[in-house]
Design a protein around this ligand. Structure first.
Ligand code: ADP
Length: 481
């Protein structure tokens, strides 16, 4: 890995402002080549507890500083990330596989949360209410919740960390974070830059390790951790919520999706194709908001299918470090197996392969951009996210039918609609049981908009003016006068 600043490549955990190697290490591989790129510290429950021990006093000191002061340190962190964006993108692509251009986009997107919440830190306001009693005055204070635990996935190795850590430390909290075992290097590079920016020892602790259940349970069971924030599978989200029940923690859970993308007859097809391509193939289909079920109305179904197939077949697949590559490898063989299972299941139940449908000739974990037509609700792809570059097309006739199919899932994260009718846009947006609706665009995520789901897709919102509240408590103060 060629970096302008090789000291950004850290392989030890970062606890209480120091780097910890531990006794054993685990390998991080490049999914594009299968090569081992680093051996990272394999820590567990004991080190997680040590990180909590450090975070408790660090949080108190951090919270005692003014919001303006915290914001200035965060702003420095943001600037260092942007100044090192090139190196961070190389680290990200090498450990995760997404095309370098997408990795650069993620660095800017990830950094934007730090910039945003540095500003939001200064706008935290309590209230003074009109008192119902003549000799009493009513006020509220907003205070940091304390130390929080964070567990993040591999598909956005930078942004899923900053989306949690930035609002948390802006609020005056400290964290103990476990990054995904597939992508610890991006997390550790962020910690190095946080240290350079002046984020004090103990405020941001990164514990790397293979034993996620042990680290997770240590965080959930410890009553000094007052909040858990997690992005990952619904299954693990449920485990963390159960494990946190005993100590009654506040929870933010950003879990699985099963995004519908609905194309109506009156849609501008250029916009719909561009939106479907962006939503479907971003990160090789490995995001929780990627379109998973594409519903197309009768009148445009054939034309949409033809054009999506053409665009999908033209995509350049390869190592994300190569110029012009639009789709990298799948993260690992488990991810690839799931895609193959979903495609085989759909084909066995009558789906028609319009393009792709197989592993890519590049070998490894590469998979062909795939379009399947004639999909139906008895297929696995209808019920759970494929997390791969497979576009499944379902035909529909009426708006009600499309909405009913879109809502017929336990998940409720993102939904997409394409229509030129304003009234349809409002009616359908309101009827969709989803936390986010993206209309006439395939990419909607931003630090300014609230990100989160309903039903089995989770709890809480990240980013936006709401994101910082997840890390604060409201205290009511009643003053007798
Ligand atoms: P994905 O399918 O994206 O890998 P996971 O939910 O398995 O989704 O992983 C997301 C994060 O949760 C990773 O950091 C992973 O190590 C962690 N994780 C997995 N299992 C557990 C667990 N039992 N307890 C705590 N964290 C876990």
């Amino acid at each position: 890995m060629k970096l302008n600043d090789p000291t950004l490549l850290k392989t030890d955990s970062y606890i209480n402002g120091a780097w910890h190697g531990g006794n054993t290490r685990f390998a991080v591989t490049n999914p594009a080549t299968g090569d081992v790129i680093a051996e990272v510290a394999d820590l567990g429950a004991a080190e997680t507890t040590a990180a909590i021990d450090a975070a408790v006093p660090a949080q108190k000191a951090w919270a005692a500083r003014t919001a303006k002061d915290r914001a200035m340190v965060m702003r420095k962190w943001y600037e260092l990330i942007m100044a090192n964006a090139e190196d961070l993108a190389v680290i990200l692509t090498t450990e995760m596989g997404k095309p370098l251009a997408e990795a650069k986009g993620e660095i800017a997107y990830g950094a934007s949360f730090i910039d945003w919440f540095a500003e939001e830190a200064r706008r935290v306001c309590g209230d003074v209410m009109e008192s119902p009693i003549p000799d009493k005055r009513f006020l509220t204070f907003k205070q940091p919740i304390g130390v929080f635990g964070a567990i993040t996935p591999w598909n956005f190795p930078i942004a899923m960390i900053t989306r949690k850590v930035a609002p948390g430390i802006a609020a005056g909290c400290a964290c103990v974070l476990k990054p995904a075992e597939q992508t610890p290097l991006s997390a550790l590079a962020l910690a190095e830059l946080a240290e350079r920016a002046g984020i004090p020892a103990g405020v941001m602790n990164i514990v790397t390790g293979m034993d996620a259940p042990a680290i997770g349970n240590t965080l959930c069971a410890d009553d000094r951790i007052r909040k858990m924030t997690f992005t990952g599978s619904t299954e693990v989200g449920r485990i963390l919520m159960q494990q946190s029940a005993h100590t009654l923690k506040k929870m933010s859970l950003e879990l699985g999706g099963n995004a519908p993308l609905i194309v109506f007859d009156d849609a501008d097809l250029d916009v719909a194709i561009a939106g479907a391509m962006a939503s479907k193939y971003r990160n090789a289909g490995q995001t929780c908001v990627c379109a998973n079920r594409i519903f197309v109305q009768d009148g445009v179904y054939d034309e949409f299918a033809r054009r999506l197939t053409e665009a999908s077949a033209a995509m350049k697949v390869g190592n994300g470090m190569e110029e012009g590559v639009e789709q990298g490898p799948i993260i690992d063989s488990q991810g690839l197996d799931k895609i193959e299972r979903h495609v085989a299941d759909a084909v066995s139940k009558g789906a028609e392969v319009l393009t792709g449908g197989h592993r890519h000739e590049l070998g490894g974990t590469y998979y062909q951009p795939t379009v399947l037509a004639n999909m139906s609700s008895d297929m696995m792809m209808f019920g759970e996210e494929t997390f791969g570059p497979v576009a499944g097309l379902f035909r529909f006739t009426s708006d009600d039918e499309a909405v009913a199919m879109a809502n017929d899932t336990e998940f409720g994260l993102a939904a997409y609609i394409f229509t030129d009718s304003t009234s349809r846009l409002f009616r359908v947006s309101e009827a969709l049981e989803y936390g986010m609706v993206s209309a006439n665009t395939g990419i909607f995520s931003s630090e300014v908009g609230p990100f989160g789901g309903v039903k089995s897709s989770g709890l809480g919102r990240e980013g936006s003016k709401y994101g910082i509240d997840e890390f604060m408590e409201i205290k009511f103060v009643c003053v007798g006068i």
